[in-house]
Design a protein around this ligand. Structure first.
Ligand SMILES: [Zn+2]
Length: 187
């Protein structure tokens, strides 16, 4: 997991440059004037953690996802790294659960990210044909889930850190997810 550690050290810069100073966005000048791009992070007392919760599925077809995600501990390690790297004003729960739809979302009311088993099931179907080994298959499904997670985490950080984004939040958090994954793979 050392690759994760490395890129998470710069997650604030990534978040701030993408969400606040992205070429896609309009207002960039205030942040360019700042000598310390990540100064807003220092203002937040670290009173929260990213918490991963695996909800036992009722649908048997989701059982394998439930077990594999717990066994690999990919998201648990990631949460540890995130919690070392990011000061949060309160907990952000990440629930792997059944939602009756192929989706993932951040709810600002409850400060929870839902990662629906139905969506991960869909990733399983997409990657089932072309994976060359079981390991590769699992990795591809987890990577797809990671992209989705970073996207939703982007929404959560915009909300919880009150990042002043001025353009399309959907585009910004998509870029955030893509860049974090590309950096991870490049190391
Ligand atoms: Zn979104």
């Amino acid at each position: 997991m050392s690759n994760v550690t490395t890129y998470l050290k710069t997650i604030y810069q990534t978040v701030s440059s993408l969400l606040i100073c992205s070429p896609l966005l309009v207002s960039c000048s205030d942040f360019n004037d700042s000598t310390n791009e990540v100064s807003f992070a220092a203002d937040i007392d670290d009173q929260g953690d990213v918490q991963i919760i695996y909800t036992s599925p009722e649908d048997e077809s989701h059982e394998e996802i439930y077990e594999i995600f717990q066994e690999t501990e990919e998201f648990d390690f990631l949460a540890e790294e995130l919690n070392e790297a990011i000061a949060l004003p309160r907990d952000i729960s990440v629930r792997f659960e059944e939602c009756d739809e192929e989706n993932a979302f951040y709810d600002p009311e409850t400060v929870e990210i839902s990662m629906c088993y139905e969506l991960i099931q869909k990733y399983k179907e997409i990657f089932a044909d072309d994976a060359e080994s079981d390991d590769e298959y699992v990795t591809e499904v987890i990577d797809a889930a990671l992209f989705t997670f970073y996207h939703e985490l982007g929404h959560a950080l915009v909300d919880q850190l009150e990042l002043p984004i001025t353009g399309s939040e959907e585009d910004a958090v998509d870029e955030l997810a893509a860049i974090i994954l590309l950096e991870e793979q490049g190391e």
